[in-house]
Write a new protein. Sequence first.
Length: 171
Amino acid sequence: MTAADHHRPIVESAPQSAVAQATWRSEDDTAAFARQLAAQPLLANAFITLHGDLGAGKTTLVRHLLRALGVQGRIKSPTYAVVEPHEAPDLHIWHFDFYRFNDPREWEDAGFRDVFASQGLKLAEWPEKAAALIPAADVAIHIEALDEDARQVTLRAHTPLGLRLLQGLSA
Ligand SMILES: Nc1ncnc2c1ncn2[C@@H]1O[C@H](COP(=O)(O)OP(=O)(O)O)[C@@H](O)[C@H]1O
Ligand SMILES: [Mg+2]
């Protein structure tokens, strides 16, 4: 292990699983993380799930990420539509919020299977509500509020792509 490795936030790693921890002291830290994530080329075809209580900061992270990726104009949140598509330069992005998802037939009817099979970045809040249908996330981001502004964050890679993404973040 080199001195550089020693400082990497990956605290545990195995061929298919890796965990990294972070603390965001304020929304500025959240935005800085979003910029770091946006700079990863592998993000362009990744599926990222966002976990945490209401108000944890899932949507806030997504909004900072969309901006960092170059999405212009007003950023609408899904919630009622379940999914909101966005366009960034050379990149399709789908922002899902499954909080109100309760009819599995909607998965096929709304074409979500096709979305997950196509090129682009997929972000999903409340993936638990579509657990039987949703594919495995490349990276799952768990956000926990410590106080008004501070967040404890755990990133878990569940695929080889996710693992490489986390390694890129900590490089
Ligand atoms: N460090 C932080 N990261 C993200 N959001 C933060 C942070 N500090 C304060 N907040 C605030 O917490 C709230 C998070 O709300 P939101 O992103 O809608 O949560 P969720 O989508 O998890 O329900 C926002 O009002 C945001 O401004
Ligand atoms: Mg939200």
